[in-house]
Design a protein around this ligand. Sequence first.
Ligand SMILES: Nc1nc2c(ncn2[C@@H]2O[C@H](COP(=O)(O)OP(=O)(O)OP(=O)(O)O)[C@@H](O)[C@H]2O)c(=O)[nH]1
Ligand SMILES: [Mg+2]
Length: 621
Amino acid sequence: MYVIGTAGHVDHGKSTLVKALTDIDPDRFPEEKAREMTIDLGFAWMTLPSGREVSIVDVPGHERFIKNMLAGVGAIDLALLIVAADESVMTQTREHLAILDILQITRGLVVITKTDLVDEEMVELVKEDILDTLQRTSFEGCPMVAVSAYSGDGMPELKATMDTILDETDARKDLGRPRLPIDRCFTISGFGTVVTGTLIDGTLTVGQEVELAGSGQKARVRGLQSHKTKVDATDPGVRLAVNLSGLSKDEVERGDILTIPGWLKPTYRLDARLRMVKNAPNPLKHNQGVTFHLFTSESPARVRLLDTERLTAGEEGWVQLLLTDPLPVVKGDFFVIRSAEDTLGGGQIVDPNPRRRYRRFDDDVIERMMTLDQGTGGDIIISVAEQWGPCDMTTLSQRSNLPREEVSARMSQLVEEGEIVTLGDFGTDADAVVYSAQGWNILKSKVASALQLYHTQYPLRQGAPAQEIRSRLDLSQPVYQRALVRLVEEQVVVDDRQSLRLPEHEIALTPKMEEEADAYLHSLQKDPYSPSTDVNVSSELLGVLIDQGKVVRVGDGVIFDAGAYKTMTDKIIEHLKSQGNITVAEARTMFDSSRKYILPLMEHLDQQQITRRNGDERVLR
Ligand SMILES: Nc1nc2c(ncn2[C@@H]2O[C@H](COP(=O)(O)OP(=O)(O)OP(=O)(O)O)[C@@H](O)[C@H]2O)c(=O)[nH]1
Ligand SMILES: [Mg+2]
């Protein structure tokens, strides 16, 4: 389905035309009817000659209600720019046109109304005036129809032209994440809270859980209506009334966005491409305060100009917008900025969650924004992975504002070209982790330097405990586990289960330590079965000697020279083979040693599963 919006100067006959087309009076409030002036949005619908049903959003023309106009035109497919034949182009004709142009609503139809008040010559002059006005706007070359809502002149042609344009208009895309920018909220007794809006980017179904993106409040869809008719589910691009359970009217307001839970969060800061309108009254200065409008929402904002000191009428630039009230926005959304009196400009969001840009005139920042704005899908994926990696596929698809299928489709090539590194199979594994090549290289060098540091600090240790390295990387455990597997594959680290080390790491003793070690071994060998404990070495050095197999620790403080240990073990085994068993006392005699040494040795042999204790004796396992 399609949504059509009106636009144009106050009193030019917008609401009258909607009433004539639809037989529904879009002016809902008594005050509007009394003053014959639209104040807030009006809604109607009709069936065109082709049988196509369309929704119509009628906006106010008065300059005081521009913010309501902005809330109405954010998600329309076709705009009817209405110009009264007796007044021709006026201030808000131009301002509304500029807004439609900024929002890149390119499907337009100019309707000259009130033709019953003027002669044909006048209509021709008005047409000339309009053609001039449309020059260099998105409406340039769009069709024009002259009508009188009173006499009905031109009405069939108007309807036929609407059909022709919509024939060539693509249906709204289903991106799998519905958004309903809320324009009204009210209660109906017996039903509860109802919100209305134009649904974009996805579908809604009765029974579904939804969330208010602003507050994060959850609710359930109790019922759906489009054009006062109950429906169970809807495609994007329809006007919709949603009956919600679990939310009171006070918890909702115009500007909030109803969506599926968990993905859309409000943001204070966004990067954008900003274009000033052609007739902006004054240049926009760095840090200037403005009002930011997006769909049905608005917030005071400051504009940081990133590549220029000022923007004059018609100029474009890269900006970071700082919002006073955080709003849930998506990459690619269009916005408008206004001063108290005038529409200044607007543009398209390239990054809804950027870093704070303290520095201006930074080529890297501008280049990144250009990529996000104009790059191919692949460029955008790389750029998003650089900023958000390591991330999962869902994040990648949301941040790049590309459908999941497109992200998947482009990934294989990016991986092959070495632009992207994935940990896990991104096609089948929901937890697969995505790095940009740059991000992955940074991780590799971080790991290598963390290990290098550890090896320098502890040259006598085999390696570093894995968790110690993780704590220096700021990675979650699951991501770290996956990264380790790949780091081992790429031979960045060696993982011997006990610890991690650099492949080239070797324990190297200083000459002084070599001396110490020699003296120690010598002292052990002097009385090999009852080694003296007079000479000691540091626990670090002892660890190295144990790792190197030069000594064996059989118990607390009982350390044998490796040769002596082997001899003792061999002899005990030999004895057991011939005699069947051995006691501590027998072993003590065998080596002319003492209980202090022999008892730990026997227990060690039990532990090593060489012997088994049987009462006072040991037998072979
Ligand atoms: N003669 C004549 N008068 C018309 C025609 N269309 C509208 N009018 C009159 O023009 C006046 C303004 O019409 P509206 O439809 O309220 O104008 P609008 O554009 O909706 O005005 P706002 O919503 O306030 O911006 C009313 O008095 C209408 O009766 C027409 O085709 N012929
Ligand atoms: Mg009106």
